[in-house]
Write a new protein. Structure first.
Ligand code: SAH
Ligand code: SF4
Ligand code: F3S
Length: 444
């Protein structure tokens, strides 16, 4: 029985594509091996968003080279965004790589593998198809990712994603809703809709089959058995009133929006080509909070973008305080080949300033998140139980609708949603104890 070993880098899209690779390889009779050294097929699903992603992968690829030297029959397959970015040179620079495929080509992994085993590798092409239509081996039994679109039509000047994932293309609402219904039948209660810019969903669909993002959210939430709907990542420019209304009116749609800001400085935002300035972003936050006052907001922030001054950076820190984020991912700018910023802007913020800024920003993010999460103490949260806590297996762990990890005492079954009284908060987690399900008033 052939065995494969799969290593995944990068974002949720890649994690989801890897589920498809597992499904596909399983259907071809491969079994997963936890040990790369024992595998007949070594697969990497790669990321190239920052230089650090490339470096991490290079270390792993070096391991594959060593294994291939020891066992020349091993097949090395490299998929994902880095593979796409290197499609011209990968076989020349890394001759021990047998198969390369882009993120839109997960479906071809099986075919390429068959050809490789017949020793007849042809030229490979990169075409777009939804990996969402392939068999899947889900990571978690009660939660699922659902791909709703591929690619991105934005032109954020620092970002390599449009180059490697291509133009935006929406999957049909029927295919999405059928997949969600099948997942629900299979025990899934929470779905996360995935796209590089999820909320521009549907604009490219034919007029007679068009469905907007807000409508899709509501339709997914209405699938019997689905109790929670999340999505990532939206672009602030495409959050419309109808999306806020769905958050307000549809209980299955979670009390959380990940709203990447990237910077708090209007000048930097302009150079990033984000198409909004600080004030427009803050206005949007105001409209969201008007609709759903308690909503959790998280974000992505970049420090050290070309030309970022101390004053620009101070604007990013003050944005964090002003919005009051429940959490944020912070990144140091990394010049990417082929992007506008990477090619045409001088990466002029000194490394020391970048390190100092990221450290300062993390402190502000943590302090703000700690203050925000403290509001949950004394409340009862609805927690979707995932299983025993990783840090303390005597307790259970799950997530609130606000997308915060909640560790709690008391018995609970994975996949159920249970009430938990919150006793304490850190900047990233909540702790509490299970309480009885409230009985409706008048029931005796
Ligand atoms: N499509 C999503 C995610 C893009 S990648 C979105 O637009 O939200 C995830 C995050 O990586 C981005 O939000 C951005 O903060 C960061 N990022 C992208 N390119 C980067 C670069 N060249 N250097 C540093 N961070 C980057
Ligand atoms: Fe990259 Fe911008 Fe598209 Fe996000 S919206 S994937 S940051 S180009
Ligand atoms: Fe990386 Fe590709 Fe995702 S570059 S962040 S794996 S879209």
């Amino acid at each position: 029985m052939p065995r494969y070993h799969l290593t995944t880098f990068g974002c949720q899209m890649n994690a989801h594509d890897s589920e498809r690779m597992r499904g596909l390889l399983g259907s071809l009779g491969y079994h997963e091996s936890p040990d790369r050294d024992a595998a007949d097929l070594i697969v990497f699903n790669t990321c190239t968003i920052r230089g650090s992603a490339d470096e991490r992968f290079m270390g792993n690829l070096g391991e594959a080279r060593r294994i291939k030297r020891e066992r020349p029959d091993v097949v090395v397959a490299v998929g994902g965004c880095w593979a796409q970015s290197q499609k011209e040179s990968v076989f020349r620079d890394f001759p021990f790589v047998d198969i390369a495929f882009g993120p839109g080509e997960v479906n071809r992994l099986g075919e390429l593998l068959a050809r490789e085993r017949l020793q007849a590798v042809g030229a490979f092409t990169f075409d777009g198809r939804f990996s969402g239509d392939l068999p899947s081996l889900r990571e978690r039994p009660h939660q699922a990712w659902v791909q709703i679109s591929v690619g991105c039509n934005c032109v954020c000047s620092y970002c390599i994603v449009p180059t490697v994932r291509g133009r935006e293309s929406s999957r049909s609402p029927q295919a999405i809703l059928e997949e969600v219904a099948a997942q629900a039948d299979d025990g899934v209660v929470e779905v996360t809709l995935l796209g590089q810019n999820v909320n521009s969903y549907g604009r490219d669909l034919p007029a007679d089959a068009r469905m907007g993002f807000a409508e899709l959210l509501a339709a997914v939430a209405a699938v019997p058995g689905i109790r929670r709907v999340r999505y990532t990542s939206p672009h602030p420019k495409d959050i419309r009133a109808d999306v806020i209304a769905v958050h307000r009116d549809v209980p299955e749609v979670c009390t959380h929006i990940h709203l990447p800001a990237q910077s708090g400085s209007s000048r930097v935002l302009k150079a990033m080509r984000r198409t909004y300035d600080r004030q427009r972003y803050l206005d949007l936050v105001g409209r969201i909070r008007e609709g759903v006052p308690d909503i959790a907001l998280t974000t992505d922030l970049i420090v050290g973008f070309p030309g970022e001054s101390d004053a620009d950076f101070a604007d990013t820190e003050s944005l964090v305080r002003e919005v009051g984020y429940d959490g944020a991912y912070t990144f140091v700018y990394s010049a990417r080949p082929g992007t506008e910023a990477g090619e045409q802007m001088d990466d002029d913020v000194p490394p020391e300033a970048k390190s100092e800024r990221i450290a300062g920003l993390i402190e502000v993010v943590q302090a703000t998140a700690r203050e925000r999460l403290a509001r949950h103490v004394g409340r009862v949260a609805e927690v979707l139980v995932e299983g025993p806590s990783r840090t303390d297996p005597s307790r259970m762990s799950g997530r609130s609708s606000h997308n915060v990890t909640v560790n709690f005492d008391g018995a609970a079954e994975a996949g159920t949603i249970v009430p938990v009284a919150i006793d304490a908060a850190t900047s990233t987690t909540l702790a509490g104890h299970r309480v009885p399900v409230p009985q409706p008033a008048g029931a005796a």
